[in-house]
Ligand binder design. Sequence first.
Ligand code: IDP
Ligand code: MG
Length: 154
Amino acid sequence: MERTLIILKPDAVQRGLMGRILTRFEAKGLKMVAARFERLGEDRLSQHYKDHEGKPFYAGLVRFMGESPVLVMVLEGVEAIATCRKMMGATFGRDAESGTIRGDFGISRSYNLVHGSDSPEAAEREIGLFFDANEIVEWQPAGHAWVYDAEDLG
Ligand code: IDP
Ligand code: MG
């Protein structure tokens, strides 16, 4: 099982798309193990996006991400990191394939609705940045036995 940090960004919140995006992750079989609705401050955002510091879009990105509350969550599943990235689609909405979240709901470059960790190292760092270990909730969804078979679970 892997965990990934997902953020429904300010544009998703302001456009009333949280439910529709979350429905896709739920329907896929990803399990939510932590969530918080909050407005992110500059400190946390600069840590979260530290790899992008110095890039031309950095200042605008940090401003945008702090402009409105966001839904930050941890999703769990087999290969959750790559699975969520696939569901999100390419970075820019207008390049992203139809059928992906960004491809179906967005046309902008920076306003691309959703963040997802891009590697196991990033996931570990990002989850630790937003959640304490005691905020991660261990639970068994009732339908779990019909989401994965024994082979999926190794
Ligand atoms: P990702 O979100 O697909 O991992 P990254 O390259 O990590 O994409 O960029 C982080 C975020 O910065 C993007 O999701 C997007 O909101 C914004 N961004 C990236 N490149 C650009 C750009 O060239 N112009 C405007 N915004 C950008
Ligand atoms: Mg990224």
